[in-house]
Design a protein around this ligand. Sequence first.
Ligand code: UT7
Length: 327
Amino acid sequence: MTQNAGIIGMGHAYPSGILSNADLEKLVETSDEWITTRTGIKQRHKAAENEYTSQFGTKAAQQALERAGLKPEDIDLIVCATTTPDQIMPSTGALIQAQLGAVNAAGMDIFAACSGFLYGITMVESMIRTGQIRYALVIGAEVLTKYVDYTDRSTCVIFGDGAGAAVLGPVPEGKGILATKIKSDGRYEEQLYAPGGGTKLGTTHETIDNREHFFKMKGNELFKVAVRSMSDISAEMLAKAGYTVEDVDLVIPHQANQRITDAVASRLGAPEEKVYSNIAFHGNTSSASIPIAMDECLEAGKIKEGDLVLLTAFGGGVTWGATVIRF
Ligand code: UT7
């Protein structure tokens, strides 16, 4: 006998600071028209200098716990998916554990870029299913604007900050996570990476002068791989769960680019009204994008009890994944 695992509470948080397309027009050679038509983004949230990743992760987690009717001490595991940790060590998951007072939990990070939340869900689902743990927090939290090069117009217009959190726990048979899969292909390393600051190049005057501590992206090459990977793995997970796209009530893709979302929807055969998008308001918040979007849908009543929801993500690594959930 195994135990079904599902999401029993969610929360999200983001900085109050906003960076609009008009603000970016003053920083780099770009235009509201280019950003809107090529990405769908109108604004993104930007942390202040004294704000950092774990603060947003903690805020989102507190809301998720409250909605799940649990206390911090009920949590066995905190998985924080982030590519923009507070610091190299300790993990942001451990820092969030301390901020929450989750004294009975283990805290850890998952480093899978924009697919990190689905990596966390996939790992935690099997731990709950096999009885290893009972309750876990999976958090996607990012302050990407501190890793973005504001002289590089191909990346700085895209990324924004925020966090989303989900409490996972036991749910009745037929509900919860029905199928989930994660994948990566490290051969595409240089399509989205930050080469500086690690053991390979270190942090030197040269790496900083070459701006190697910032994200670099070959967006155009990633675009096609993103569309193909997300639609293929989504179709595979729907089939594994025994459903087709017609059975799905809502598709929540990683918010990378409105054109990517539209192309994935079209390849899957999902009508526009069943595909959620908030990219205009948040930009691309990497691992935080799916849990923020899910929580917005729950708050707005767009996800109801019994709904079948498909999540799919793609990110640097490259990494990708899909999850089918019955609420
Ligand atoms: O989060 C998961 C991982 N990330 C992704 O999946 C991102 C996937 N890629 C994308 O979203 C898109 O490729 C971008 C939004 C990054 C770029 O859009 P694109 O339509 O692929 O543009 P492009 O890179 O092919 O560039 C087209 C032109 C170039 O000018 P030329 O060479 O045609 O003269 C760029 O220099 O647009 C120029 N350009 C810009 N122009 C104004 C690039 N960035 C900008 C900008 N403003 N911000």
